[in-house]
Design a protein around this ligand. Structure first.
Ligand code: GLN
Length: 538
C-alpha cells in the first residue's frame, strides 16, 4: 500500500516549500524507505519550458528531457536520484489529458466537469507518478498558496484521496510563514492561523504544521499554532533559517520529524542514516577560504534562474575545500558601459559563462569572454556559453570579424553557430528543443577526459543551436579543439590546449543538472581547482 504525504503552502509563496518537501523526502529515504517526490504546478503551461526564468526561476531538465520546475532539481539533489518529467504535474497537462479523452469519446454522454473529471485526472497522475518510481511513499507538493483559485481542484483531489486511500495512508503537512515584526521582534502567527482556517474550510485538516520563521519558534508561537491549527504541540515543527539548505533535514530530525511521520502513517520505525549529509555540512562549515568566481549572464537579478549552477559550485567548493564567493556580472551592464569588465575581472579567480537565450546581453558576454581568454582566467562555458566562446574565437582569433549565431543575427555572413538541422521548419515552441540526456564521447588527451575520467559520459541538454558543422575545419584549426562529440557527430565539448590557457573549456550540455552534494560535477570541480591554482596577472 502506497503512503501519500501532501504538502500545502500558506501565507505567501517562496517560503521554501520545495526545500521542505525535499528534506522530508530525504529524512524518510534515510530510513531505508523507497521515496519519491512530485511537484504540482497549478499554472496552465504544460511545462516550465516556455516560461521566462526571470519570472519563474530556472527550468530544470530531467534525464528524459522534461522541462520542469526548479523544485524537481531540489528533489533530485536531496534524494541523490534522477526523476523524470512525470514528477512535475501541471494544470496544462491535466486539462490536456481530459480534453483529449473527451474528444476520443471517453466520457460519452457526460457533462465533463472539474469534479469529478479534472480531480480524477489529478489523482490518476499523482498515483501514476509514484507507481512509476516504484516508491512506497510519495511526497506531493502542491505549488502556490492555499486560497489561490487555480489550486482548488488539487486541494479537492487530495481531500478525496484521504477518504479513498485511508487515514493511515495519507498525511497532510501545511507549510507557512511566521513573520517577525521589526518593531517588537515578535513572532506573529495570525497569517498562518488564517491559512490553516482556509485549508479547513476546503475540508483539509493538517496533521502537521511546519512554520517557516527567521528564528527558531518560541514556545508561545508553537502553542498558538497548535491551538488554532487544531493539532498537538509535537506536530508543530520549526523551520528556521539556516545557512545552508542541506541543514534543513538535520533541524527537522532534531525535532523528531521522521519518527513522527512514520508513526502517523503506521510505518515501521527505522533507524535513520544521514551521515553523508552531516559530513557534507561539517565540511562546508569548516571552509575558511574563499574563491571568487564571476558568473556572467543576463538573468542575474533573480538568483533562482541559475539555482542548479549555484548548487553545483557549492558542491565543487566542498570537494576543493574552498567556499565559492559568487560575483554576478550582468552582461547588459557591460554593453551599456555601466561596469568595467577589466576592473571586475581583476578581482576574480575563475568565471562561468552562463546559459541563455536571445540577443540581449550577448555582446557583453562576448566582450567578457575575450578578456577571460586573453588573461588566462579559468573559464567554464555552459551551453550558450560554449556558443559565445566559439563566436568570440572566430572573430578575434580566426579573423571572421562578423561571425555570429543565427539566433542573434540571422543575417550574419559567418553563421558559426546555427540552428540544428532537425529544428528547421518546427513551428511549435513547447518541448521541441534538443532535450535531456545524450551520450558524449570524449577525446583522449583532453582536459574534458581528464576531468571526467571516462571516455563515454552522459549529460543533459536544452538547446536549438549548435556549432555549424561547415565551420568546424576553419575554427578548430588553431589551438581551440573539439574534445567531445555526440554519437551522431555534434560538437559537445571545446577547450583550449593547456599550453595556451590553464583552464578554458565549454560544453553544449548542462552539467549543473547532475551535480549532487554526494557527487559534484567534474567540470565544476575542475573549475574551482584551477581557480585556486592559477596565478592571474591583469
Ligand atoms: N540559446 C541557445 C540554444 O538554443 C543556448 C541555450 C542554452 O543555453 N540552454 O541553442
Amino acid at each position: 500500500m502506497v503512503k501519500y504525504i501532501f504538502i500545502t503552502g500558506g501565507v505567501l509563496s517562496s517560503v521554501g516549500k520545495g526545500i521542505t518537501t525535499a528534506s522530508i523526502a530525504k529524512i524518510i529515504q534515510s530510513r531505508g524507505y523507497n521515496v519519491t517526490a512530485v511537484k504540482i504546478d497549478p499554472y496552465i503551461n504544460v511545462d516550465a519550458g516556455t516560461m521566462n526564468p526571470y519570472m519563474h526561476g530556472e527550468v530544470f531538465v530531467t534525464e528524459d528531457g522534461g522541462e520542469t520546475d526548479l523544485d524537481i532539481g531540489h528533489y533530485e539533489r536531496f534524494l541523490c536520484k534522477d526523476l523524470g518529467r512525470h514528477n512535475n504535474i501541471t494544470t496544462g497537462q491535466v486539462y490536456w489529458n481530459v480534453i483529449e479523452k473527451e474528444r476520443r469519446g471517453k466520457y460519452l454522454g457526460k457533462c465533463v466537469q472539474i469534479i469529478p473529471h479534472i480531480t480524477d485526472e489529478i489523482k490518476r497522475l499523482i498515483k501514476e507518478a509514484i507507481k512509476r518510481d516504484g516508491a512506497d511513499i510519495g511526497i506531493i507538493e502542491i505549488g502556490g498558496t492555499v486560497g489561490d483559485i487555480e489550486g482548488l481542484p488539487y486541494l479537492e483531489a487530495i481531500r478525496q484521496m484521504r477518504i479513498e486511500e485511508g487515514y493511515k495512508n495519507t498525511m497532510f503537512i501545511h507549510v507557512g510563514l511566521i513573520p517577525i515584526l521589526d518593531v517588537t521582534g515578535e513572532q506573529k502567527t495570525k497569517p498562518l492561523q488564517h491559512s490553516i482556517q482556509e485549508l479547513r474550510r476546503i475540508g483539509i485538516q493538517p496533521d502537521m504544521i511546519i512554520a517557516r520563521c527567521k528564528y527558531k519558534l518560541v514556545e508561545e508561537s508553537i502553542s498558538k499554532v497548535a491551538l488554532y491549527g487544531n493539532i498537538s504541540r509535537d506536530m508543530v515543527i520549526s523551520s528556521h533559517t539556516v545557512e545552508n539548505i542541506y541543514e534543513v533535514p538535520l533541524i527537522f530530525e532534531e525535532q523528531g520529524l521522521g519518527d513522527k511521520i512514520l508513526d502517523r502513517l503506521d510505518l515501521k520505525p527505522m533507524k535513520s542514516d544521514l551521515s553523508e549529509l552531516r559530513e557534507y555540512i561539517e565540511k562546508w562549515r569548516g571552509l575558511d577560504k574563499n574563491v571568487k568566481i564571476a558568473l556572467v549572464g543576463k538573468y542575474t537579478k533573480l538568483r533562482d534562474s541559475y539555482i542548479s549552477i549555484i548548487e553545483a559550485l557549492n558542491h565543487a567548493g566542498v570537494v576543493n575545500n574552498v567556499k565559492p564567493d559568487l560575483i554576478w556580472i550582468e552582461s547588459t551592464d557591460i554593453e551599456n558601459g555601466k561596469v568595467n569588465i577589466e576592473e571586475i575581472l581583476s578581482t576574480v579567480k575563475g568565471a562561468i559563462i552562463l546559459p541563455g537565450f536571445g540577443k540581449r546581453g550577448a555582446e557583453g558576454k562576448i566582450e567578457t569572454i575575450k578578456f577571460l581568454r586573453e588573461y588566462n582566467i579559468p573559464t567554464l562555458g555552459i551551453c550558450f556559453g560554449l556558443q559565445l566562446m566559439v563566436i568570440e574565437y572566430a572573430r578575434n582569433v580566426i579573423g571572421l570579424k562578423d561571425a555570429n549565431s543565427t539566433e542573434l543575427d540571422p543575417e550574419t555572413p559567418d553563421p558559426v553557430i546555427d540552428l540544428m538541422s532537425e529544428q528547421r521548419g518546427l513551428d511549435e515552441y513547447g518541448g521541441t528543443m534538443r532535450l535531456g540526456s545524450y551520450k558524449i564521447i570524449l577525446e583522449e588527451n583532453s582536459l574534458a577526459y581528464k576531468l571526467y575520467g571516462y571516455r563515454e559520459i552522459y549529460e543533459r541538454h536544452r538547446h536549438r543551436y549548435e556549432v555549424n558543422p561547415s565551420y568546424t575545419d576553419k575554427i578548430f584549426s588553431n589551438d581551440l579543439k573539439v574534445s567531445g562529440y555526440s554519437y551522431d557527430g555534434r560538437i559537445e565539448f571545446i577547450e583550449l590546449s593547456g599550453d595556451t590557457h590553464p583552464f578554458y573549456i565549454a560544453t553544449q550540455a548542462h552539467p549543473e543538472f547532475k551535480s549532487r552534494y554526494c557527487r559534484a560535477s567534474p567540470l565544476f570541480s575542475g573549475l574551482i581547482e584551477a581557480s585556486q591554482k592559477v596565478r592571474i596577472r591583469i
